[in-house]
Design a protein around this ligand. Sequence first.
Ligand SMILES: Nc1ccn([C@@H]2O[C@H](COP(=O)(O)OP(=O)(O)OP(=O)(O)O)[C@@H](O)[C@H]2O)c(=O)n1
Ligand SMILES: C/C(=C\CO)CCC[C@H](C)CCC[C@H](C)CCCC(C)C
Length: 301
Amino acid sequence: MHISRNFEKTFLRLLSPANLTYDTMGPKVSWGASASACEQRADVVDSPLSPYFTSSTGVDITAASIALFICVAWLKSVDAAVYFNLLDMRLSRKMIHIGTGPIFLLTWNLFSDAPEARYFAAVVPLLVTAQFFLIGVGVINDPQAVASMSRRGDPSELLRGPLYYGIVFVVSTVVFWRSSPLGVLALSVLCGGDGLAEVLGRKYGRVKLPWSRSKSYVGTAAMFLGSFLFGFGYLVYFNYLKNFNPELSVGSTALIVLLLSLAAAAVEALPFQDVDNITVPLAVIILGNWLLPFGTVNCEY
Ligand SMILES: Nc1ccn([C@@H]2O[C@H](COP(=O)(O)OP(=O)(O)OP(=O)(O)O)[C@@H](O)[C@H]2O)c(=O)n1
Ligand SMILES: C/C(=C\CO)CCC[C@H](C)CCC[C@H](C)CCCC(C)C
């Protein structure tokens, strides 16, 4: 068994109630059943880059370089839009929050099916997050990045929301990678739900939640909607690309993502700021680990 499968197993065991048992292939709960085809989660995605290389390392280095290039181009375009006053600082922060993760997810299938591909992929958010960490602590001076990613123009703000966001991406890429619907779902809910909550909440959220005075009913409804749209959209997309084995059944997955989006909206409505970037994906992983097996086809439960 590859070491990364152990990460996944250990991570889920740490997060879950003690009465559930885990199979050896990842976040699939075995409800007392013996190992079956439902518990195989091998990565069988074929990279479009593989015809051009003789080794998986060549594919993975190229895929990581392409992702890094796209990342720099995207972040620099947002910085430039803020610099030329085409974009308001608050909106730019949200655009980075909503856009960066989903763009990264779209690059995942460029990587090879080698077990170490996830580490090459994780290097991309790791490098970008490390750079923002250094800006946050004052080692690197990058006023444009601070302007586009902070709320009030203070570099140390990068050490909260943006840093947590980056860490969640690195950990989830290594632990779950692309063959697990859990990681894809947690990351897309983090980007879509939280992002839409702030954009719509700030614009239309006049009536505040009684227990969370900085959040509104409109924002919480947008959190639910954004979580569902991004979460379900990305699961259907990766399902169509045959990332998940066993395959997801679109109907039951819709229902499960609906429930998980409600849970994500409830967690986001709690009176905390910044840590949403950790609590929301964590809640989706804990609950999704229990619910998602029911959304797979050809399995008996
Ligand atoms: N469930 C939610 C989540 C967020 N929001 C809105 O989204 C914004 C949250 O922005 P954020 O950057 O997290 O916090 P603040 O620092 O309070 O925002 P700002 O300083 O830009 O007002 C707030 O205006 C809040 O009303 C909301 O209405 N409902
Ligand atoms: C402003 C942000 C959050 C506030 O809630 C987002 C911060 C973004 C990061 C620190 C960057 C994370 C890196 C990526 C997930 C890698 C992206 C690669 C890609 C191809 C665009």
